[in-house]
Design a protein around this ligand. Structure first.
Ligand SMILES: Nc1ncnc2c1ncn2[C@@H]1O[C@H](COP(=O)(O)OP(=O)(O)O)[C@@H](O)[C@H]1O
Ligand SMILES: [Mg+2]
Length: 277
């Protein structure tokens, strides 16, 4: 059986006047219907990896791979039109801040309905019914009321849920969640994670969960990939984190504060040039 997603030697680079920026430098992994975490500090290439899979690399970026295969579809060879059809329908992406992904001048319910209707031929009444059910599935208590609200009228946590509903309404097989909870309070973060978790197990989706928070990722995912300077430095089962081999992963683990601990001085993550080689 082939994997849901196969990424082999993925590279993303940006030519600039002063040279080429290599954002992703040969990333390889496979994903089935499971939860895969990608962690690493800011700038390590996590989002660029997600965007390349999604087909959302900015125009001036160059994406190459020995293989980038989604369910037998060669994403490198696929036309812009084919990729547009995949996006939202079969592969969806949830971003850190719903403010940038929700349309400010359209009610939440209408946005979800329109997303559905671009991918499926359904009547207005059926779209409304499914949008309400989806809002309920992301645990919005009063879906009928929220349906008519505009993005600025809801809290960050509610906006994030609305966005998850919008991303999931067409029933994607792969969901890429790029720091979906980073802008939220800790308690709301956990709620959103629980919702994602439930949807992944109920719908049998594959999930790529991107975060800089190693602890969060390991509590939530089956497997974790650790990225540093555009490369994978380590891949682990989440339950096996304490046996991490790479000093960068150990550094990330060390930087996680423990409750009740008094730390003077604060640990600093040290970096060795050879890790980026
Ligand atoms: N549009 C762009 N043009 C040039 N370089 C970019 C662009 N977007 C991202 N990069 C570079 O790619 C690297 C990885 O970025 P990113 O994937 O967003 O990191 P992360 O999500 O891990 O914080 C960054 O160092 C950044 O400089
Ligand atoms: Mg990012």
């Amino acid at each position: 059986m082939t994997a849901l997603l196969t990424v082999d030697n993925l590279k993303v680079s940006y030519p600039t006047r002063t040279g080429v920026i290599e954002a992703v430098r040969g990333v390889s992994f496979t994903l089935d219907r499971e939860r895969l975490g990608i962690v690493g500090e800011s700038g390590s290439g996590k989002s660029q990896t997600g965007r390349a899979i999604m087909g959302l690399t900015p125009k001036h970026g160059i994406v190459t791979a020995d293989k980038l295969d989604f369910n037998g579809i060669d994403l490198i060879q696929a036309s812009a039109k084919e990729r547009r059809l995949l996006r939202g329908k079969r592969i969806a992406m949830v971003l850190q801040d719903p403010k940038y992904s929700l349309d400010p001048v359209m009610s939440i319910g209408r946005q979800i309905c329109e997303t559905l209707r671009t991918h499926e031929k359904v009547s207005k009444a059926e779209a409304t019914e499914r949008a309400l059910a989806m809002l309920e599935a992301v645990q919005i208590r009063d879906p009928k009321r929220v349906f008519d609200l505009y993005p600025h009228e809801v809290s960050g946590g509610m906006g994030q849920r609305a966005m998850i509903a919008m991303m999931l309404i067409a029933g994607p097989e792969l969901l890429i969640a790029d720091e979906p909870t980073s802008a939220l309070d800790v308690t709301v973060q956990l709620d959103v994670l629980k919702i994602l978790d439930k949807l992944v197990s109920e719908r049998g989706m594959g999930l790529i969960f991107v975060s800089h928070d190693l602890r969060l990722v390991s509590s939530f995912c089956d497997r974790v990939i650790v990225m540093y300077a555009g490369r994978i430095v380590e891949e682990l089962r989440a339950s096996d984190l304490k046996n991490a081999q790479h000093p960068y992963t150990q550094g990330l683990l060390n930087c996680m504060p423990q409750i009740g601990e008094d730390r003077h001085p604060l640990p600093v993550l040290d970096r060795k040039p050879e890790w980026a080689a």
